[in-house]
Design a protein around this ligand. Structure first.
Ligand SMILES: [Zn+2]
Length: 878
């Protein structure tokens, strides 16, 4: 033992060090951990803010004189620490936008203690982050949205996914209101002033981002029970809209049953409420444990205006959010670098559930479209990795993109196919059991999966998690001697793409080939740049070969010329529909890389356009549309003629009007094909018919199939005059049907006449439209008005930021650079850079959006320079 004086000096230095502790940078360490929360909030939907108290049981793992918590936009009124029966007042150290420090009067030793904090917070009216207002008709509601880092706007807490604890919520609300949270209500007592106190049961251990609440004059629709424990399923709607919950009430329990069966673990919570939020921004639905929130246009629909497409979107979103109840809520990511463990899995599980539940929807074929979108994103050198390190709030804001969701889901599907569905399911089950109610990482998952029979899986999977980019596999069939394949891999690089480091993957390449004995399937793990594999099931040269069996691989295939020609010409005889769609997609991607001619991709599109499967027709449309920016203006009439030649006859047969007895595929094909020919094919007859139908619908709300109403209004608006604009606007003011409102807003954004298009944009600033709703006017699918929109943003930048949603996890400023991404020339690029380069940095996620948009412009310019001649020649002949 040292001298007494020496020991005292030591304590003083120790204290000084503690007091000098810096504000945490991004993460809280776990030297102080939350153990349990009790939150009490007073919530009045019409009030400007709310007040609350929070008690947090914490554990000091080592002595400390200061406790750091997350808090944003909260005013902390009082804070104290209770320990060993004593209450110590804490001094509040504010000043950081994400953290609050509570300085204690003396060092607290290791062990348990309890924090008491009272505070006031703001209700968000512009954004849907933290606790926010939703208005439906004349009623006002309050909701919450906490992912990723907005629980700290509702109460001070340890706002990180690794801190999983029980939460107990008590809400003071108006007597006439209903209140919802993650768990069932356990008591309700009247209070003075027309209020009541609603107490909820404690939750299972949950992270802060999954806590949820909702308050207002809601209605409840019974959706039956689900699961082996027969837990209740309910649809919660705004006042007067219970009748719109019919489809959700019919299907939600069935989706939950299927998920529970697959996961092999009972649904982890006491109830499954699905609740409608009038308008959301930055998210469509959120998987809060036991209380899933949805944008109203996804969850609810007036049966008289409902559409097949809307119902499938609900089924898909619900399956995604409900899969999260296991992947995310029961087992939670330890940190945001594993957002894919939540999002990729929920996406993959949703795809899988729908494919088995409704095979006639042919969702596997439609889902390929999302994979191609991710591949397009992944072809940028600025693309994120699936498992991108998270080093800043910017990284968190950027982590929820197509790479995390769609690439992640596609990679999972590839490895699932490789190891076999049964083995994979066993791995998933063991992972969920092992980490139930805890947090886990990518390695925990890979360990669990690898234990099921494929020792090479973890390493191979990691090559797709830890690096960005899309592999391109070239395939050569050799039949001199025993038949074999030479496979070669490299990173796919579109023309104009800057070189990156030499990425290499361990790719499970599964092939199917036709021999005299029938069709054979084999998988090879391509783990070096080039390798040769013997086709062990064939003695002679196979007649056909598909190098992406069942289209489950996440790679592009570059066939040798002889194979490619055979597959394009006679693919119907051998390739399944997914492989045919993939062949067409890959050919277009290779053309964009200069490894095939654009004219060959267009020829193939023309050949595939007559397919019976809707998603293949959509792919053919997408190939044609992708070259439009590269077509010289004077050849636009030839481009339109080509569109009519390839797709026109079928579009004319379908027409705008649904026919009685038609199947859903035909109705869905109509809504994809007819507007395409009307617009891209400049088809005067179809456009005039759209205008006639739209005007009729505006007069009496009749005469247009629900499935195609959106496209009828859009197509009519493109060439329409001011009178049509005004009548759309009048109709918008009359209806509170959120889906119909969205469709009208989309149509308002589609006018090509510059003056009318400007008037539409002006609604963003000078109208009573909720900005969450009018924001769609800035991002219509309309390249013709892109330059005008950029001018509008430049002229009104500050006013837009002032009025549009900002702060919280969604910030409109981060998305504005997307305005420029369809540019394709040097002058537009220079203007884009000079306007956005600095400005994008002011918003979370802005730098990445900016970099991606800039890269897209550069690639388009390079592609135009390289492919222009081939494209010009092709369209001169049309
Ligand atoms: Zn999700």
């Amino acid at each position: 033992m040292a001298s007494r004086a020496g020991a005292l000096a030591g304590v003083l230095i120790f204290l000084a060090a503690l007091y000098a502790a810096d504000v945490p940078k991004l993460r809280l360490d776990d030297t102080i951990r939350p153990v349990r929360y009790a939150v009490e909030l007073t919530l009045l939907p019409d009030g400007p803010g709310f007040s609350g108290k929070i008690d947090i049981d914490i554990e000091f793992r080592k002595p400390a004189a200061e406790v750091w918590l997350n808090a944003a936009d909260l005013q902390i009124q009082q804070a104290s620490l209770e320990r060993g029966g004593r209450i110590l007042a804490a001094t509040i150290q504010a000043g950081d936008p994400n953290f609050v420090g509570l300085r204690l009067p003396s060092v607290a030793p290791a062990g348990p203690a309890k924090l008491h904090i009272s505070f006031q917070g703001k209700v968000s009216t512009k954004n849907t982050a933290g606790i926010f207002v939703g208005r439906d008709g004349s009623e006002t509601y309050l909701f919450s949205q906490f992912e990723t880092t907005d629980a700290r706007r509702a109460f001070p807490c340890f706002d990180q996914p690794n801190f999983k604890t029980p939460w107990q919520l008590t809400l003071h609300v108006k007597k006439e209101h209903r209140a919802f949270s993650n768990t069932p209500q356990v008591s309700e007592n009247e209070e003075p002033g027309g209020m009541k106190r609603v107490v909820f049961a404690p939750t299972k251990p949950l992270p802060s981002y999954l806590i949820a609440l909702a308050v207002g004059p809601f209605e409840i629709v019974d959706g039956g029970t689900a699961g082996i424990n027969h837990f209740p399923v309910r649809i919660v709607t705004p006042k007067g809209k219970a009748y719109q919950a019919r489809y959700a009430a019919e299907v939600t329990a069935a989706i939950l049953d299927r998920l529970e069966k697959y996961f092999g673990v009972p649904y982890p919570f006491e109830k499954a409420d699905q609740i409608a939020v009038p308008l959301t921004i930055g998210f469509g639905a959120m998987e809060n444990a036991g209380l899933v929130t949805y944008a109203q246009s996804i969850l609810l629909a007036d049966p008289s205006t409902d559409a097949i497409q809307r119902q499938r979107i609900y089924a898909s979103v619900a399956a995604h959010e409900l899969a999260h109840q296991w992947f995310g809520d029961l087992v939670t990511l330890a940190w945001w670098d594993d957002a894919w463990l939540n999002e990729a899995f929920a996406t993959w599980a949703s795809n899988k559930t729908l494919a088995a539940w409704h095979p006639e929807w042919n969702t596997r074929l439609s889902d390929l479209g999302s994979k191609y979108d991710a591949m397009s994103q992944d072809s940028l050198t600025t693309a994120r990795k699936i498992r991108q390190p998270i080093e800043s709030m910017d990284d968190i804001a950027s982590a929820f993109d197509g790479i995390t969701y769609q690439k992640g889901a596609a990679v999972i599907r590839m490895f699932e196919s490789w190891v076999g569905e049964k083995h994979f399911q066993a791995g998933v089950n063991s992972y969920l059991r092992r980490y139930a109610l805890r947090a886990a990482t990518a390695n925990d998952f890979l360990d669990a999966i690898s234990g099921t029979g494929q020792p090479r899986l973890a390493a191979a999977f990691s090559t797709f998690l830890q690096q960005s980019g899309l592999p391109e596999v070239s395939v050569q069939l050799r039949c001199d001697g025993a038949p074999r394949l030479t496979l070669n891999q490299k990173r796919y690089r579109p023309i104009g793409s800057a070189p990156t480091s030499n990425e290499a993957w361990q790719i499970p390449v599964c092939v199917r080939y036709k021999t005299q004995k029938g069709t054979q399937t084999e998988c090879f793990l391509l783990d070096k740049s080039t390798a040769e594999f013997r086709l062990s099931q064939s003695s002679g040269c196979p007649e056909y070969i598909s190098a992406n069996d069942g289209a489950t691989g996440y790679y592009l295939v570059n066939y040798d010329d002889a194979q490619l020609t055979r597959l394009i010409e006679r693919g119907n005889e051998f390739l399944d529909p997914g492989e045919r769609r993939t062949l067409l997609h890959d050919l277009q991607a290779l053309a964009a890389a200069g490894e095939a001619k654009e004219s060959s991709a267009l020829d193939a599109a023309a050949r595939f356009a007559g397919a019976t499967e809707r998603p293949i027709v959509i792919e053919a449309q997408s190939v044609v549309r992708s070259v439009r920016p590269l077509v010289p203006v004077d050849l636009h009439p030839n481009y339109a003629r080509f569109v009519r030649k390839v797709f026109g006859e079928r579009a004319a047969q379908l027409g705008w009007q649904a026919k009685s007895g038609e199947d859903s595929e035909t109705r869905l094909l109509r809504s994809a094909l007819v507007p395409f020919v009307a617009s891209e094919g400049d088809d005067a007859r179809l456009s005039a018919e759209a205008r006639r139908l739209a005007e009729g619908w505006l007069r009496n709300r009749g005469g247009v199939d629900n499935e195609i109403r959106r496209q009828v209004l859009l197509t009519a608006a493109r060439g329409a005059d001011r009178a049509f604009f005004d009548s759309l606007l009048r109709e918008l003011r009359k209806t509170d049907d959120v889906s119909v409102r969205q469709q009208i807003v989309n149509a308002l954004g589609a006018f090509r006449d510059p003056q009318i298009a400007w008037s539409a944009l002006d609604l963003l600033l000078h109208s009573d439209l909720d900005p969450k709703e009018s924001l769609a006017l800035l991002f219509p699918d309309s390249p013709e008005t892109a330059a005008l929109r950029f001018d509008f943003v430049k002229a009104n930048y500050e006013a837009l930021l002032e009025r549009m949603p900002t702060g919280g996890s969604f910030d409109v400023g981060a998305y504005l650079p997307l305005i420029g991404q369809d540019s394709c020339d040097e002058k537009s690029r220079t203007e884009f850079v000079s306007f956005f380069e600095q400005r994008a940095r002011n918003f979370l996620g802005g730098p990445r959006t900016y970099a991606g948009a800039l890269e897209r412009i550069q690639l388009c310019e390079a592609q135009r320079a390289a492919q222009g001649e081939d494209i010009t020649k092709f369209f001169e002949k049309q």
